[in-house]
Write a new protein. Structure first.
Length: 166
């Protein structure tokens, strides 16, 4: 199932999938930290929402969506590891990276506690990278103003050094 879902993600969202892998590879500590934060914060937020009568159905839907996102995060984490491994071998094939990453995860599943730790770290990497790319795309990306032009940074022909006039 992971291969089928991963293939669908790569077919439907190739650019997004590439960005998630690049984020995970380029900023692994940040991605893992954000993943850990999301893993703690989302369930806590869902419990808080469930404290109201109206919030119970919202929490149930949210928990289902978070479970789906967690599954996708596992796949993206393994895809990122596969992308990194294929890149180290001199290749650049997203399909090969998906297969290599999923095989990597399956092999580590065979190990007892070491495999669990590695797979958990890969999950956090995928969850954090997914969250960072989604935030960049939908959270902060919409609020960014266009850079000021030269005309906007000058007042009556004087250069203010980018500081707005008082």
């Amino acid at each position: 199932m992971n291969l089928a879902v991963g293939a669908i993600l790569l077919l439907v969202l190739p650019g997004f999938s590439r960005r998630v892998a690049e984020t995970a590879i380029g900023e692994p500590a940040k991605s893992g930290g954000v993943g850990l934060l999301a893993l703690i914060a989302v369930p806590v937020a869902l419990v808080v929402i469930a404290l109201t009568i109206i919030g119970i159905p919202i929490t149930l839907i949210g928990a289902g969506l978070f479970a789906l996102v967690a599954w996708v995060a596992v796949i993206y984490g393994r895809f990122a590891v596969g992308t990194w491994l294929v890149g180290k071998a001199g290749g650049d094939n997203r399909w090969l990276a998906l297969v290599v990453g999923l095989l990597f995860g399956a092999l580590f599943n065979m190990l007892s506690w070491v495999g669990d730790i590695v797979n958990f770290a890969v999950f956090l990497l995928g969850l954090g990278a997914l969250a960072l790319v989604l935030y960049d795309r939908y959270g902060s990306g919409r609020d960014r103003a266009a850079p000021a032009t030269e005309d906007e940074s000058t007042v009556a022909g004087e250069d203010t050094g980018g500081v707005p006039p008082a």
